[in-house]
Write a protein that binds this ligand. Structure first.
Ligand code: FES
Length: 183
């Protein structure tokens, strides 16, 4: 993973990452149509969409850098700055808020010692607020990295985060279909 100081150096991908991008490009009728998955491969490689990533994708797909940047700023799943080891999105749209989303965010800010949009001092967690993540029937929920955890309480969330900090990655099925007692 590159550091912010290295973010302006030309992007170098591994042969496997280059092969994945070649394979992605082969799926689409035009190169620019592959912009989203290509950005995902690069973000996975670098940890965020650095200026070097934008320059690489722009050159590789034949797009203006401003067009690539427009895509990056439109979709919230692309990180526009370095993030921690884990990214936790707390949903703050209506269904989640009615069932404790705000309490969940306040609990997280206290536990992590940072506000939404910030990364913990130890670099373990980046806390972000999300708009509806399409799991409203299981509110309140959060997304940690690429997994959804649903029907949460602050206690359930603490237990999940404790396990993640110990190196586990709980299956998202563990919290699906298990309404909390307060419901
Ligand atoms: S409001 Fe939270 S998932 Fe829809």
């Amino acid at each position: 993973m590159t550091t912010p100081a290295q973010s302006h150096a030309p992007l170098t991908l591994t042969p496997e990452q280059e092969r994945r991008i070649d394979e992605i490009l082969g799926r689409y009728p035009t190169r620019r149509a592959a912009c989203l998955p290509t950005l995902h491969v690069c973000q996975e490689a670098v940890g965020w969409v650095s200026p070097a990533v934008v320059a690489y994708v722009s050159q590789r797909l034949g797009m203006a850098a401003s067009e690539v940047q427009g895509v990056v700023t439109f979709y919230t799943m692309y990180h526009q700055a370095p993030v921690g080891k884990h990214v936790l999105w707390v949903c703050r749209t209506l269904s989640c808020d009615l069932r404790g989303g705000k309490t969940m965010q306040e609990h997280l800010e206290k536990r992590l010692g940072c506000h939404a949009g910030e990364t913990t001092a130890d670099g373990q967690w980046t806390l972000k607020k999300a708009e509806c993540l399409a799991a409203c029937g299981y509110a309140p929920m959060v997304q940690i990295d690429d997994r959804f955890y649903e029907n949460l309480t602050p206690e359930k969330l603490d237990a999940l985060m404790d396990r993640i900090e110990r190196g586990e990655m709980p299956a998202q099925e563990e919290t699906a279909w298990t309404p909390n007692q307060a419901s």
